[in-house]
Ligand binder design. Structure first.
Ligand SMILES: *[C@@H]1O[C@H](CO)[C@@H](O)[C@H](O)[C@H]1NC(C)=O
Ligand SMILES: *[C@@H]1O[C@H](CO)[C@@H](O)[C@H](O)[C@H]1NC(C)=O
Ligand SMILES: *[C@@H]1O[C@H](CO)[C@@H](O)[C@H](O)[C@H]1NC(C)=O
Ligand SMILES: *[C@@H]1O[C@H](CO)[C@@H](O)[C@H](O)[C@H]1NC(C)=O
Ligand SMILES: *[C@@H]1O[C@H](CO)[C@@H](O)[C@H](O)[C@H]1NC(C)=O
Ligand SMILES: *[C@@H]1O[C@H](CO)[C@@H](O)[C@H](O)[C@H]1NC(C)=O
Ligand SMILES: *[C@@H]1O[C@H](CO)[C@@H](O)[C@H](O)[C@H]1NC(C)=O
Length: 416
């Protein structure tokens, strides 16, 4: 009988009294009692009939599920909390290839391959490690929520693990759990929606300590409104009740399980305000989260697309009222702002004072702004790009920040 042959390892979670163990062969026909193992060996599998793996310690569970709120005919294989909340899924294997109206199997085959397939043999997911047997492979769900596929035959060799969030991994998850290695590259990819774990448009990319949220391939938020988020991410391994999720609506969320309330509470999320969204007000638009109207154009500038601007879509930004360039142009200083300095054309000129910096800028129509900083060796920056991602208040900014940028405008445009 497949069922009893298949279940060889019992975890401490199998709450059977010693008396009941006498009736084990009988009870094993009830999955409810027999699902609590944490490991599969070669030639073992779990089917989509309620069989699961439960980590020794009981915190996590692995098996087939349909996302909460979905119609239930799409089946995925994943990891969720067993101890607390089985609706919160932290990892999904076949996230872009659900099994539809078929009976799924998660199989560690006789020749050592790990895959999700259906009863017709169609493969939905596999680690693509291949088989190089003779081997002695197992797959284990650990109590930190890591699915570990290893070959004991070769020196405790980990072949693959769900905790690996390296860039490029096609099993990327949306959730960071305590204990995941954050010294490496880290890459989280959001779900498509609350009921669709497929790869969505938002991702968190991290290298060393710099966290950025991307939308498609573009930066969506590189300036967290609170430096607490970076600190919390760094501290995650100290907080075993926490998880961090790259949400499908573009927010990076830090959640903690509230033992008293028996629910998750959202501790913080980034971007924490509209101005933390990269270039929210468009080029030459200035963002201030404390204003009623969050975006305004710099003096001498007007919205590029007035209708969109007035309906709250600032993405087109602002343009100079007149495009002419002259020797008598004025410079409008904007103070205590941060701005994006990803421009490789930013030219640094050593000058003796600010007026020499201004003169330097007026020499060329390409100079659209300058920034003079007398704190550090009288540096004069000639800015030939449009100014983007302007912030009126730049707390905890990762971007280059300066005391002031002076933006070039025609005299006629600022009403002199
Ligand atoms: C979660 O628990 C509920 C109630 O016990 C059960 O109906 C549901 O199938 C479980 N969900 C998963 C994914 O195991
Ligand atoms: C799992 O793979 C083995 C091959 O190693 C195969 O014999 C078995 O039928 C598969 N199980 C299912 C349920 O498909
Ligand atoms: C496979 O590995 C386990 C754990 O190390 C060991 O107990 C078992 O004897 C090994 N089996 C074979 C066939 O080598
Ligand atoms: C993580 O996965 C990447 C590619 O998917 C692989 O190159 C790397 O070796 C893996 N790292 C670990 C620690 O397994
Ligand atoms: C990080 O951990 C240290 C030491 O436990 C603690 O003092 C600090 O407040 C934590 N930081 C955050 C942001 O939680
Ligand atoms: C969590 O539970 C507490 C206490 O029962 C309750 O006050 C709070 O509103 C709940 N939070 C959510 C998000 O449901
Ligand atoms: C920089 O220049 C301003 C204006 O001339 C002056 O008030 C300030 O003291 C200068 N700072 C330094 C460090 O020289």
């Amino acid at each position: 009988m497949r069922t009893s042959a298949n279940i060889r390892r019992w975890s401490s979670n199998c709450r059977l009294s010693s008396m009941l163990i006498l009736y084990m062969p009988l009870l094993c026909s009830f999955y409810a009692y027999c699902e609590a193992r944490d490991t599969l060996k070669q030639g073992e599998w779990i089917s989509d009939n309620g069989e699961t793996l439960v980590s020794a310690g009981g915190r996590f569970e692995f098996g087939f599920f349909s996302p909460t709120g979905s119609s239930g005919n799409k089946r995925y294989v994943g990891i969720w909390y067993h101890e607390w909340d089985n609706r919160t899924v932290v990892w999904v294997a076949n996230r872009d290839s659900p099994i539809i109206n078929a009976n799924g199997v998660f199989n560690l085959t006789e020749d050592g391959e790990l895959m999700v397939l259906d009863t017709t043999g169609k493969v939905y997911w596999s680690t693509n490690i291949g088989s190089s047997c003779p081997c002695n492979r197992t797959v284990t769900l650990t109590n930190s929520g890591n699915l570990v596929y290893e070959d004991y035959g070769v020196l405790n060799n980990i072949l693959w693990e769900s905790f690996n969030t390296s860039t490029g991994s096609d099993t990327s998850t949306d959730t960071l759990l305590p204990g995941m290695d954050q010294n490496m590259y880290l890459y989280l990819t959001s779900w498509k929606g609350s009921d669709d774990p497929g790869k969505g448009s938002f991702s968190l990319g991290k290298y060393r300590s710099s966290n950025k949220i991307y939308k498609g391939g573009n930066i969506y938020c590189d300036r967290f409104s609170s430096d607490q988020m970076d600190a919390k991410l760094g501290n995650l391994s100290r907080d075993f009740t926490a998880r961090v999720v790259m949400g499908f609506s573009g927010k990076l969320e830090y959640w903690r399980w509230d033992v008293k309330g028996m629910n998750w509470s959202l501790i913080m999320a980034e971007p924490g305000n509209k101005c933390a969204v990269y270039n929210y007000c468009g080029n030459y638009g200035v963002c201030n989260p404390d204003n009623n109207l969050v975006c305004k154009c710099l003096p001498g500038f007007k919205p590029n697309a007035p209708e969109k601007w007035h309906s709250g879509d600032f993405s087109n930004g602002c343009a100079r009222n007149s495009m002419s360039c002259g020797e008598n142009d004025m410079f409008f200083p904007v103070h205590a702002m941060s701005w994006d300095d990803k421009d490789s054309n930013l030219k640094r000129v050593p000058v003796k004072d600010e007026s020499a910096c201004k003169t330097e800028c007026l020499k060329s129509c390409d100079c659209r702004s300058y920034s003079y900083d007398n704190d550090t060796n009288n540096n004069c920056y000639i800015v030939t790009q449009d100014l983007l991602d302007l912030q009126e208040y730049a707390e905890g900014s990762n971007s280059f920040s300066v005391q002031s940028i002076s933006v070039r405008v025609a005299i006629s445009d600022i009403g002199f």
